[in-house]
Design a protein around this ligand. Sequence first.
Ligand code: SAM
Length: 218
Amino acid sequence: MHPKKIFEGVYDVDGKIATLNSTPGKRAYSEELKIADHKEYRLWNPYRSKLSAAISIGLRNFHFKNDNKVIYIGAATGTTASHISDIVINGRIYCIEMSERNMRELVKVCELRPNMLPILADASEPNSYSDYIETCDVLYQDASAREQAKILLSNSKFLKKGGYAYFVIKSQSIDISKKPKEVFEAELKTLENDFEVIERMGLEPYDRMHLFSVLKKK
Ligand SMILES: C[S@@+](CC[C@H](N)C(=O)[O-])C[C@H]1O[C@@H](n2cnc3c(N)ncnc32)[C@H](O)[C@@H]1O
């Protein structure tokens, strides 16, 4: 079977979402590798990555391009970031992560993938890394922090005007006593002066705790 293109750099390989492996023969985590049409693909498990879950469910907006600069907040051990690295193959991803433990794993992935740059920092203090980051086309945030919208706003200075933010909101990290829907609405409201919400979706059946949103910077 021939892989079918879903978005730039994203393919359907035998019914599964995948990216073209920019480091053939090497894995970034425990993902499955698959050869199709003499090329090696990395299967992108929607249970392990919210971006893959959103694509599986039918995400309409996908703005990652081959030469894009991306700031990724909450890169963890690099699971999703490694697939974005396959997509923005001539671009760069600035991976912000505050956990030293996750950073140790992330650095190993970045050593294999020269377009991924690890930055150990708290994203609520963007001035601590502003010297290392250029203006980005896309911002991706999946950080299990208390003030997620506030973190996004303070990092939006790295995003170009008209650029896109992929904002994953985890209600449980914000306020466990409130209904998730209330938390999602309040977070998006905080952003309304600076961003237009162009798409939003739940991630069931892959994940029940998050809202996945796509925003455009005004
Ligand atoms: C759910 S994980 C991210 C998973 C990752 N996005 C993926 O799909 O591969 C959330 C991450 O956000 C990080 N995080 C939480 N608050 C942060 C902050 N203020 N600055 C930087 N990283 C933060 C956590 O350490 C954790 O690794």
